[in-house]
Design a protein around this ligand. Sequence first.
Ligand SMILES: Cc1cc2nc3c(=O)[nH]c(=O)nc-3n(C[C@H](O)[C@H](O)[C@H](O)COP(=O)(O)OP(=O)(O)OC[C@H]3O[C@@H](n4cnc5c(N)ncnc54)[C@H](O)[C@@H]3O)c2cc1C
Length: 513
Amino acid sequence: MDWNEEVDVIAVGTGGGLAGAYTAAREGLRVAVIEATEKFGGTTSYSGGGGVWFPVNPVLVAAGADDSIEDAHEYFHAVVGDRTSKDLQETYVDRGRTVIEYLLEDPVFSFIAYPWPDYFGKAPKAKLDGMRHVVPAPLPLDEVGEELASKIRGPLDNDRLGVPADNSMLIGGRALVGRFLMGLAKYPNASLHLNTALVDLVADDDGNVAGAIVERDGERVAIKANKGIILSAGGFEQNQELRTKYGVPGVARDTMGPWGNQGKALEAAQAVGADTDLLDQAWWSPGMTHPGGESAFALWFTGGIFVNQDGNRFVNESAPYDRLGRDIIRQMDEGSVTLPYWMIYDDKEGEVPPCKATNVSMVETEKYVDAGLWHTADTLEELAAKIGVPADALVATVERFNKFVAAGADDDFGRGDEAYDRSFTEGQSPLVSIDQGPFHAAQFGISDLGTKGGLRTDTKARVLNAAGEVIGGLYAAGNTMAAVSGYVYPGGGNPIGASVLFSHLAALDIAGK
Ligand SMILES: Cc1cc2nc3c(=O)[nH]c(=O)nc-3n(C[C@H](O)[C@H](O)[C@H](O)COP(=O)(O)OP(=O)(O)OC[C@H]3O[C@@H](n4cnc5c(N)ncnc54)[C@H](O)[C@@H]3O)c2cc1C
């Protein structure tokens, strides 16, 4: 092999995987950080919170969290079950706090406790006060600098709607990415390369990975990696062909992942014998449909109910978004729900749907109305005719729901029974009556935050082959690895957490720590 360049570590992808790049650089390794797109940050930088679910980390302890690692283990295992290895689960729960400790040794990093209730409030040892979740501290422009800030992807409105990015204060995932980039800038042994995509892995005669072929500005470059390659290249949510191949529900149009998440790193690893798991899985959510036809991750509903094509409610509308999304997909599989479904709401908050976090901002009301996505009528009967559902069923559904509101309990779907359901209403019931005309309907579909199936790894993030053996030199993290959380989303901060933690552990292993 004629190598063009040589380093110790190639870190592929610049979302949460920047933790691995940063750790490798800090441990004295020569690291090349490669990013397929024109900006750093991936889906991670789209996250308004940038939160990580790392129980009992020093920031939470200092904030007075009443928790223990044993409780966190019990919760995590109770909700994930045996779908993924217990060792991997224990590593995630145990080591999250150590990565926060590690990062806080560098003043560039700062996190804030941000209470966010666990997503299975009735599971044993669920943390209902939300104290397993921290977010990066906002990052002012004068600290990060305009040049670096302008290279960080997001916010979503910038990519999706062309709204100029406000870099005066980076928040959430953009702050996390900014802090990692600032951390990396201190190490001359790290080099960063935008517009540079991994296209192939090169294995030696023993099957160990020795380097990578990357495409940089249209040219193929062979980079030798003397110690290891960390794949944190996100999922393949933007690749419709792979979605279809692996049976991922939903379509690429409706994913929140950025365009670069095409699954090339996954395919390159498969080509050198890597085993995979959970390939039909994603982090799901309901999606409010926008005028372009795409349904985007929506949460925080302050009113309304969802009804299906029969005019019936079919889910707990206030459930955590992944549970809600999975519930809808299950009922689609069973044939009881077809897309689209509708949010029905009254005029208490006006014509705009009572949805406070659309992630991609809503545009002018006329555009939704003109696209046939939002409807208004004086009566529920007329509204039913407009959206093509049986009028008597819709009227009966709303009457029944209003009785639940009056009684303060949703007998059908338990809306409001868990802490998360009440997290946007300051602990109060999220049930709001639908009785003040005119009445409205808004179209909804399914969205995802990215796929979560990928390369099987051990607890050091080393990629395994089908025989369960380690493929030397190859590591995976985040959405490129088969998710430690299996079929569920235990709590806010698991996706970025898995990317940050496992890329960090990969780098420590490479460094011999
Ligand atoms: C609005 C929103 C809010 C969210 N909030 C949270 C939250 O608070 N906490 C949380 O945990 N999760 C959150 N999520 C989910 C989370 O953002 C993602 O699941 C997570 O960031 C994925 O991280 P990652 O590092 O695996 O991939 P990404 O962050 O997507 O990074 C992958 C990077 O790899 C690059 N890449 C891909 N292929 C190649 C290649 N062949 N060569 C080189 N580079 C490549 C991509 O361009 C991309 O930049 C949120 C998602 C959304 C949309």
